[in-house]
Design a protein around this ligand. Sequence first.
Ligand code: AFP
Length: 313
Amino acid sequence: MGEGISDYTRFVVDLRRHMWMAGVEMELRRLIWQIAVTGKYISAKIHESNRKLAGYKNLYGEEQLSLDRSADEILKNQLQYSGFVREYASEERDAVIQIGKGEEKYFVTADPLDGSSLVDTNLSIGTIIGIHKESVFTRGRDSMVAALYITYGPLITMVYSAGKGTHEFVLNREGEYVLSQEHIMLEERGSIYSPGGLRKDYTKKHLKYLEYLEAAGYKLRYSGGFVPDINQVLIKRGGVFTYPALMKSPRGKLRLLFELQPMAFIIEEAGGIATDGEDEILSLRVQDLEQRCPIYIGSRFEVEKAMEFLAAN
Ligand code: AFP
């Protein structure tokens, strides 16, 4: 029996209503909403580019930006003079820029289009956002007030936390973000592992950890996109994503500020943990934008097991 439109609207919880009901502070609600809307423009750019952009000229003969730089421009323009954002730091820029008048409340970090090397394969990619109440050059634990990521896949989904749980929204045909999963909580342990990097470059301790997971029957799930790979651990309620210290690059590959802090904030709010193998990601001080860091993130059992293996003699 179909529900009348009034029933439908009664049960539909859109992003703005959810944040208001969760008691998220007004300016932060409006900023998160504005960023979520930007995801629609970035998605449109991905579709418009049909996976080719860099090096192409548009009909006016103008050189087209690569998709990740286009996504960065869209985000920056959307946040500039929004009234909420004082500074903007992006994986596509080599310095933090002031985009407000200087008294705004928030500092935003962005990986505008993570996994862009996957665009031509039509695999899912994403946007990763961190929202800070003070300069980002400190510990995430002290500065972060919210984080979100948008996954451009068969559906466009947005996962956010403003410190009151982790929640998922789906962009519906009407262009609204509608609540799909509220207060997502990871189990104590899961059944999937997502191992970045090359086996030949692993340290012996990391290799022993992966062999432990494989012997325990964990299923390998790795797409090469941090956003969908982490999203799978969250939505499947457990498991572990890791991009470890490698012999040739002891700091691993992923960026502390743009990729790891936002995901650590979100996963911790879902009852999981995120470490560099020794210390919690959100306890690490950000020294510079380029700072990379090994990562073990997901449900408690698997991440603590990793720390055991890495600490063993
Ligand atoms: P791109 O943004 O260059 O596609 O890199 C994606 C990424 O930064 C992150 O999303 C993945 O987890 C990781 O790199 C994959 O790295 P490998 O290609 O070395 O597996």
